[in-house]
Design a protein around this ligand. Structure first.
Ligand code: NAD
Length: 336
């Protein structure tokens, strides 16, 4: 057998990721050991003898685990996702571990779900599905809205926001946007408003695509909902922390918000991507309150979960890991 120079261990590999990992390993002739378990104190010893580690998990990458990796000579850590907030920064710096992420695996994956859910809300498909299942084939009173008659306010025009704008434009919607940084191409189109208040006042649909920071936590609170148009539709495939769930529930109760599509939820960790066996067993009353509503579409953080995105997450991370090991750097390296 041909001798390989680099050896990588990949933690938390799911069944849907494995074929892309195997294909990459075969194409590159590089050995990759796939481990189903996440990287923690109980699994870190499996990394002994490898040159780099590829990982993806919501649970913390602790100082103890990172110290151990470094003691095995592993100084190359590649995350298959964007966020690095669960990585112990002090341990990374202390051990001189180089870390990469995958900043954009498929912006369209997220934008397509946003548009899908918006169209479902506008055409009241959830309500019709329920009516039809009960033998009620009448139209009224569930009359739809047409997107080409509406103004979509896009908050944040980064990679995903721009992909969403392209799709909404395809439906003929009028687009307005708000971002703290103006994209030069979109600036030429004159779509930016100067303040969130202007966007709230004009938008029939608000599509949220900004990162969550300390400053914008619960940016959609009672005050913000109060500034929005009556009957606004809210699309959030960005971050749960951006929306004050209690305020959203109040806005849904009052009719201020006509419908909401949520792919993220502020208390989603430990709940999304879990099978509770029955609806009643979901251990979160606020979430159940939202799911039960016909004008709310909850999905368990699935926007990224497409074949293209999963393939890119796996293979971009493996490429970055090899670059770190062989060249000592990679364009996706994260500064700590
Ligand atoms: P990006 O870095 O390409 O763009 C982010 C944009 O947000 C930038 O234009 C930036 O200027 C702008 N921004 C930052 N702070 C802002 C603020 N306070 N107000 C307005 N604009 C602000 O990011 P992206 O790849 O487009 O990701 C957007 C969001 O989507 C992130 O929250 C990300 O976590 C989320 N996301 C969700 C999924 C999913 O599966 N649901 C998958 C990937 C990303």
């Amino acid at each position: 057998m041909e001798e390989t120079i680099v050896k990588i261990i990949a933690y938390g590999i799911r069944d849907d990721e494995k074929p892309y990992l195997d294909q990459w390993s075969k194409d590159k002739g590089i050995e990759v050991k796939a481990v189903a378990e996440l990287l923690d104190e109980s699994t870190v010893d499996q990394a002994k003898g490898y040159d780099g580690a590829v990982v993806y998990q919501q649970k913390p990458y602790t100082a103890e685990v990172l110290d151990k990796l470094a003691s095995f000579g592993i100084k190359s850590l590649s995350l298959r996702n964007v966020g690095v907030d669960n990585v112990d920064a002090d341990a990374i710096k202390r051990n001189d571990i180089k870390v990469t992420n995958v900043p954009a695996y498929s912006p369209n994956a997220i934008a397509e779900l946003a548009a899908t859910q918006l169209m479902r809300l506008l055409r009241r498909t959830n309500t019709f599905d329920c009516k039809i299942a009960n033998g009620d084939l009448r139209w009224a009173p569930d009359i739809a809205d047409e997107l080409d008659q509406m103004t979509v306010g896009v908050i944040a025009t980064g990679r995903i926001g721009r992909a969403a704008i392209n799709i909404y434009k395809g439906f003929g919607a009028k687009i307005i946007a708000y971002d703290i940084f103006h994209n030069p191409e979109l600036e030429k189109e004159g779509i930016y408003v100067d303040t969130l208040d202007e966007l709230y006042a004009q938008a029939d649909v608000i599509s949220l695509h900004s990162p969550a920071t300390k400053e914008n936590e619960h940016m959609f609170n009672d005050e913000a909902f109060g500034k929005m148009k009556d009957g606004v539709f809210i699309i959030n495939p960005a971050r749960g922390a951006l929306v004050d769930t209690d305020a959203l529930i109040r806005a849904l109760d009052s009719g201020k918000v006509a419908g909401a599509a949520l792919d993220v939820y502020e208390d989603e960790v430990g709940i999304f991507n879990t099978d509770f066996g029955s609806f009643d067993a979901i251990p979160d009353e606020r979430l159940k309150n939202l799911i039960k509503r016909e004008n709310v579409l909850v999905t368990p953080h699935i926007a990224f979960f497409t074949k293209t995105a999963v393939k890119n997450m796996v293979q971009f991370a493996l490429n970055s890991n090899v670059n770190l090991i062989e060249k000592g750097s990679d364009e996706s390296q994260v500064k700590f």
